[in-house]
Design a protein around this ligand. Structure first.
Ligand code: B12
Length: 217
């Protein structure tokens, strides 16, 4: 299944990918496992783009294959939230300079299904808008997604602006997306970094339950 799905992504065969996933789920395959394989396939698309084997058209089309697969996976990825009470407010966006949003959108869906109230500001979001929204919503969490290195500059600018507005200590800043690393997190000055959505939800919950930052708002 893994190899066939990867081959469907790399062959830009959207229908084949859909058929494989539609068959795999009732057969008991873990949706998170399928997501992992799909993400790995996208990394390979990126590598081939970097070496010139693939062009922008393949990058664009692979995103369509990924979206189609995610639409099938989503019900299985979502948590069954028992309470209507919000688990906390999150402002999320892809920072200025970056238009990638597949991973961010996935994060938004998963966070909402886990009970967080999420305000998604979209892509290419200027630091001022991120901080304005944190302030307006009294949000204890700012989540940023980055896939290209220039986005680090905008992330840093948003964190600096939070500090200038006196909001840095009250806001847990979590970053994710293919280009992020713990090293980048330290350079940018964020609180947490992960590419694993389940881990991200754990970290946000732990922050809200365990720290006094949330209480200060
Ligand atoms: C699809 C794609 C595109 C699509 C994006 C479509 C869309 N709607 O997002 C399009 C065609 C638009 C695109 C454009 C470009 N791209 Co592009 N793209 C990719 C590709 C192949 C896949 C990215 C992806 O969606 N992966 C799947 C998702 C699910 O993974 P993810 O985002 O990492 O998300 C996961 C986790 O990180 C986590 N997560 C995500 N966000 C967050 C946030 C938080 C807070 C947390 C906790 C977790 C989290 O959740 C997900 C769980 O699986 C990558 C290759 C790669 N290695 O990633 C290149 C890649 C990112 N692109 C690249 C480039 C160069 C570009 C362009 C500059 C190309 C060009 N010449 O125009 C433009 C950039 C335009 C811009 N200003 O942003 C480079 C970046 C290099 C770099 N280091 O800067 C890459 C790495 C390809 C490469 N190897 O060269 N791209």
């Amino acid at each position: 299944m893994k190899d066939k799905l990867k081959a469907a992504f790399l062959g830009m065969n959207r229908q084949k990918a859909i058929d494989l996933v539609e068959k795999a789920l009732p057969a008991g395959e873990d949706p998170f496992g399928i997501l992992k394989t799909s993400r790995a396939a996208m990394e390979e698309v990126g590598k081939r783009f970097a070496t010139g084997e693939f062009f922008l058209s393949e990058l664009i089309y692979s995103a369509e294959v990924f979206k189609a697969v995610c639409a099938i996976l989503e019900p299985g990825l979502m948590a069954k939230q028992n309470s209507d009470e919000s688990q906390g407010v999150v402002i999320i966006g892809t920072p200025k300079g970056d238009v990638h949003d597949l991973g961010k959108n996935l994060m938004v869906t998963l966070m909402r299904s886990h009970g967080f109230t999420v305000y998604d500001l979209g892509v290419d979001v200027p630091p001022e808008n991120l901080v304005k929204e944190v302030k307006r919503r009294k949000a204890p969490i700012l989540a940023l997604s980055a896939l290209i290195t220039p986005a680090f500059v905008s992330m840093r600018a948003a964190i600096d602006l939070l500090a200038a507005e006196g909001l840095r200590k009250k806001t847990f800043v979590i970053i994710g997306g293919g280009v992020t690393t713990d090293f980048a997190r330290k350079e940018i000055g964020a609180d947490a970094q992960t590419m694993n959505p389940a881990e991200a939800i754990r970290l946000c919950r732990r922050h809200l339950n365990g720290s006094d930052k949330a209480e200060q708002l």
